[in-house]
Ligand binder design. Structure first.
Ligand code: NAD
Length: 242
């Protein structure tokens, strides 16, 4: 499905990003994983047969170097998956200001950085952007003030960039997962109290796996999704339908 496509996946060392990178490689893409975790990132890249670049998505210069280096080395760029993110489970009163800053800089500025750096190349390749939103960007969460604010920003940013670039051949969509088992959610999913909240909110009565998110990204990156832009797609076991 992705033969001859060149793709960057930020935050690809573990979790959802890793599953997306693996799936893209299986589907024939040339993939660059970019992550702040250099040890895990390079070992995963070696395992799945792709390139690793150390990159902090909060820093625009690093993201620009990642994009330019990829395009130079592989002759262009077709897809960027702005996946890197961090969690927060604090209400606005519990949260300190540094936490707000870190979450917004990683989860929202990081998505804007990847988008801004990649657009000149994506306009040339008729490429696409896939952002990782969240159900918490579509509906309210529980004690996640900064996370929900940043993901709400990602959802609206996705629509805005999709509109601005639709006539220039670039498609822009987001995937909005429900709770998925990754290093980010490990502790939450182990808490009985939290898990019963998840079950109560999810018609499918369970959390998801990264391998249930990756095929959606692969489809959005493929030519089969040629008429899809500006969509924020819930992949959530029915959470936002409830
Ligand atoms: P994770 O914590 O398991 O993995 C995130 C990856 O991003 C890690 O490899 C980490 O090193 C990297 N990262 C963090 N900060 C970075 C930075 N500044 N620069 C570069 N890399 C950085 O997370 P996950 O659960 O796989 O989530 C992936 C994305 O999906 C995130 O945007 C997250 O908000 C979103 N999401 C996750 C869930 C879930 O339930 N797991 C639900 C909805 C949305």
């Amino acid at each position: 499905m992705l033969d001859n496509k060149i793709a960057i996946v930020t935050g690809g060392a573990v979790g959802i990003g890793k599953a997306i990178a693996e799936r893209f490689v299986e589907d024939g893409a040339t993939v660059v994983i970019a992550d702040i975790d250099e040890d895990e990132g390079s070992s995963v890249a070696e395992d799945i047969g792709c390139r690793f670049v150390g990159c902090d998505v909060r820093d625009y210069e690093q993201v620009q170097a990642l994009v330019e280096g990829t395009a130079d080395e592989f002759g262009g760029l077709d897809v960027i998956v702005n996946n890197a993110g961090i969690a927060s489970v604090s209400s606005v009163e519990e949260m300190d200001l540094e936490e707000w800053k870190a979450v917004v800089e990683t989860n929202l500025d990081g998505v804007m950085h990847g988008t801004k750096a990649a657009l000149p190349h994506l306009k040339e390749s008729d490429g696409c952007i896939i952002n990782l939103g969240s159900i918490y960007g579509l509906v309210g969460g529980k004690g996640a003030a900064s996370y929900s604010a940043a993901k709400g920003g990602v959802v609206n940013f996705t629509q805005q960039v999709a509109i601005d670039y639709a006539d220039q051949g670039v498609r822009v969509n987001s995937i909005c997962p429900g709770f998925v088992e990754t290093p980010m959610t490990k502790e939450l999913l182990e808490s009985e109290r939290f898990y019963s909240f998840i079950e109560q909110k999810t018609p499918m009565d369970r959390h998801g796996q990264p391998e249930e998110i990756a095929p959606v990204a692969a489809f959005l990156a493929s030519d089969g999704a040629s008429y899809i832009t500006g969509a924020n797609i819930p992949v959530d076991g029915g959470w936002t339908a409830f």
